[in-house]
Design a protein. Structure first.
Length: 271
């Protein structure tokens, strides 16, 4: 049965690619499930499974690798595939990646965390990163490094101001030299930890259970080269630091309730 289904899908893909792509929204989940549950089906389906970019373009695994290989290769020669699980909620991160010429996949099916893990095992020198797992400048590690305009003392002072203003031990502050055009503050979550939690929520079982019980933690990257940091350093600007942090929370859809009310009030006062 597996062979017959795979052969039928392969035939449709070869004979009428356009019709196959139109059906992908309906059959994609089934194809991925087959690949995850049956090694023989994977071997047949790897040539006709499709990856969907946020702009709607559908490509095979080979086509996609060729599409991103030149621009999305890190300093170690790995092809870095970027993806989003929610193009609306993670729009700021998607847009920042696209501004650098990166392509972003839409991986919003319930099986996609497991499918991503399978592809990383099968595809040579390939890794997947969600667009909000690092700042846009740090998603794909390159040999070139951005210099910081701040001294070591100023970076330490800046970090201390933000740690005090945030007041949350789950938020790990670090100062990094990013592009001046990048956001002053970016909140991200470690790709490995977040993915383990996602897989546990979708029935990973086994060793995944321990990750589900662990509290969430986030990295707060403060852009040392942002014009805003000069204002923070000038007078210890706790209010400005808090405002920049809340804007980063807002971008992640994490600013709610009392904190959101306080942010709106503070924003009105700053106008």
């Amino acid at each position: 049965i597996t062979k017959k289904v795979a052969d039928k899908l392969a035939e449709l893909f070869r004979k009428d690619r356009a019709a196959y792509e139109e059906k992908w929204a309906d059959i994609g989940l089934f194809v991925k499930y087959g690949m995850l549950s049956d090694e023989k089906f994977y071997e047949r389906a790897k040539d006709f499974v499709l990856l969907k970019s946020v702009d709607g373009t559908l490509r095979t695994l080979t086509e996609y690798t060729e599409h991103v290989q030149a621009n999305q290769q890190d300093k170690d020669g790995n092809t870095v595939v970027l993806y989003t699980t929610d193009a609306e909620q993670q729009h700021g991160f998607v847009a920042a990646a696209q501004e650098r010429g990166y392509d972003v996949l839409l991986m919003d099916h319930i099986l996609d965390p497991h499918f991503i893990g399978q592809l990383e095992q099968k595809l040579e020198k390939t890794m997947f990163k969600r667009v909000d797992s690092a700042t846009a400048s740090q998603l794909i590690e390159k040999d070139e490094a951005q210099a910081s305009v701040l001294s070591d003392d100023d970076q330490t002072k800046l970090s201390e101001v933000f740690v005090s203003a945030i007041g949350n031990p789950a938020m790990h502050v670090k100062v990094a030299a990013l592009s001046p055009q990048d956001a002053p503050v970016v909140i991200t979550q470690n790709e490995f930890m977040r993915r383990m939690k996602d897989m546990q929520r979708t029935g990973g079982g086994g060793g995944m259970q321990m990750f589900g019980a662990m509290p969430d933690s986030f990295d707060v990257t403060v852009n040392a080269n942002s014009p805003l940091v000069a204002k923070v350093l000038a007078d210890g600007g706790a209010n400005i630091a808090k405002q920049a942090f809340d804007l980063a929370l807002l971008t992640q859809g994490m600013l709610k309730g009392e904190a959101l009310t306080a942010f709106v009030k503070r924003s009105t006062e700053l106008l």
